[in-house]
Write a protein that binds this ligand. Structure first.
Ligand code: GTP
Ligand code: MG
Length: 453
């Protein structure tokens, strides 16, 4: 991983805006800036962390009117010299200024490279680097808050304390490895068993916060399922308050899945409309049905819609047999057209009656959504929540290793074996903060960032 170069990239999204920011980081940031920037009121050299008004110029003359700032190492995001050029927000201007930086010796930044440098230079740890992405992608207030907590290092501090407890135990065990021959009992085994038990319950508590964290971060996934023409797309549209999906009286209108986000009670909700499920030979329709079916497992809640004005048939039953009762709400639609008797299997589900066309009954539907959100917001008394799958998995591996260490201590196994498991638990925790993260994992994490982050 290169860190001796000076990298450049637009830090603001492509497109038009009032302003755009171009960011440089590396040993030559100041040199590059001085080549293009003419302050309106010299002097250059720059005083660190001060904005200067001036112009970007090239051989042909003035390119744009800008503000520029230099943040000298180590007081910068990457801990390197960082320069920012705040120019007018037009794609051609941004492209031109980036090109000038490149000709002045900078190289184009790879995705996530600014954050990667901040991590490599010890400014933030890996969990914090991931939180930068979490903060940028946050779609709701709750997602912003948990990402910010992680960025502030709360998760890292907690894990560091747990790691240091394990390091102490490891040192204790290792000093005894040499004495094994003398058949001395492992000293203070009971004390250590207690400390490990405390650690296990702390880690398990933190790990179980993932279901809340994922919900706060990614939102509740609500899948709208049912046979064709029952009003799935109509429901999506009325919940969104806009005509997002095509609605028609021709069965099989929706062929693909349609995903939309809305914020409900401060939490993000992802609504997924799907192709109507029925027995069919149409290849495209079958592909759509397969997509809908594949989303059942990952849905937090399923709105299973039937047309309540007509008797249910085999296609409705097909859907009924597909969905898990605990996560399903039966939505009896078209109540404005009358109500046919419900089949026996309908009793398996919680149920609301609505008319998507008139917008009646939606309150009940939203109330059940709100109830589910409240249940899932978790009141473990734990403020800190995990929202990255990677962290959840790493904590799981750490707990597995601790479990084996406890077994070993209880069975009086040789300290070497116990040390091995404790080391495994330590490494798994270290993966979260980046103290023991393989390069491939680092690469994978940072490649998900976009250029300029
Ligand atoms: N009267 C009445 N008609 C409705 C209601 N909801 C939907 N419809 C009508 O039912 C037809 C089908 O609605 P859609 O929302 O396209 O149904 P869908 O389940 O998405 O259908 P597919 O995409 O084909 O699977 C349309 O003509 C809607 O206007 C309702 O509550 N009352
Ligand atoms: Mg539809």
């Amino acid at each position: 991983m290169r860190t001796d170069t000076t990298i450049v990239a637009p830090a603001t999204p492509a497109g038009e805006g009032g302003l755009a920011v171009i960011r440089l980081s590396g040993p030559d940031a100041e040199k590059v800036l001085c080549q293009l920037f003419r302050p309106a009121h010299p002097p250059c050299p720059f005083e660190s962390h001060r904005f200067y008004y001036g112009h970007i110029v090239d051989k042909a003359g003035m390119v744009d009117e800008v503000m520029a700032v230099l943040m000298r190492a180590p007081a910068s995001f990457t801990r390197e010299d960082v320069a920012e050029i705040h120019c007018h927000g037009g794609p051609v201007i941004v492209r031109r200024i980036v090109d000038l930086c490149l000709s002045a010796g900078a190289v184009m930044a790879a995705p996530g490279e600014f954050t990667l440098r901040a991590f490599l230079n010890g400014r933030i740890d890996l969990a914090q680097a991931e939180a930068v992405a979490g903060l940028i992608h946050a779609r709701s207030e709750s997602a912003r808050r948990i990402a910010l907590d992680q960025l502030n290092g709360e998760l890292s501090q907690r894990l560091r304390a747990q790691r240091s407890c394990l390091v102490e135990l490891l040192a204790h065990i290792e000093t005894h490895i040499d004495f094994v021959e003398e058949d001395i009992e492992f000293p203070d085994a009971d004390i250590w068993l207690q400390r490990i038990a405390d650690l296990q319950s702390e880690l398990a508590g933190l790990r179980s916060s993932y279901s809340t964290g994922r919900l706060l971060h990614d939102g509740l996934r609500v899948l709208i399922l049912g046979k064709p023409n029952v009003g799935k797309s109509s429901l999506l549209n009325s919940l969104l308050g806009q005509a997002r999906a095509i609605v028609s009286d021709i069965p099989g209108t929706t062929r693909d899945t349609i995903e939309e986000h809305l914020v409900f009670h401060g939490l993000p909700v992802q609504l997924i409309d799907t192709a109507g499920i029925r027995q069919t030979d149409d290849a495209i329709e079958l592909a759509g049905i397969e997509r809908a079916r594949a989303k059942i497992d990952s849905a937090d809640l399923i709105f299973f819609i039937i047309d309540g004005s007509r008797p249910c048939d085999a296609d409705d039953q097909l859907v009924a047999d597909m969905v898990p009762e605990a996560r399903t709400l039966l939505v009896v639609n078209k109540n404005d057209l009358g109500s046919a008797p419900l089949p026996l299997w309908a009793d398996r589900f919680r149920r609301v009656t609505i008319s998507a066309r008139l917008g009646t009954g939606l309150d009940d539907l939203q109330a059940s959504l709100a109830g589910l959100l409240a249940n899932n917001q978790g009141d473990s008394g734990e403020n800190l929540v995990l929202y990255e799958r990677r962290h959840f998995d790493a904590l799981g591996r750490s707990l597995d290793s601790l479990g084996r260490a406890v077994q070993g201590l209880k069975q009086g196994l040789s300290p070497e074996f116990i040390a091995l498991d404790i080391r495994g638990a330590l490494d798994a925790l270290g993966e979260v903060t980046g103290e023991a993260t393989p390069d491939e994992v680092l690469e994978q994490i940072f490649s998900q960032f976009c250029i300029g982050k």
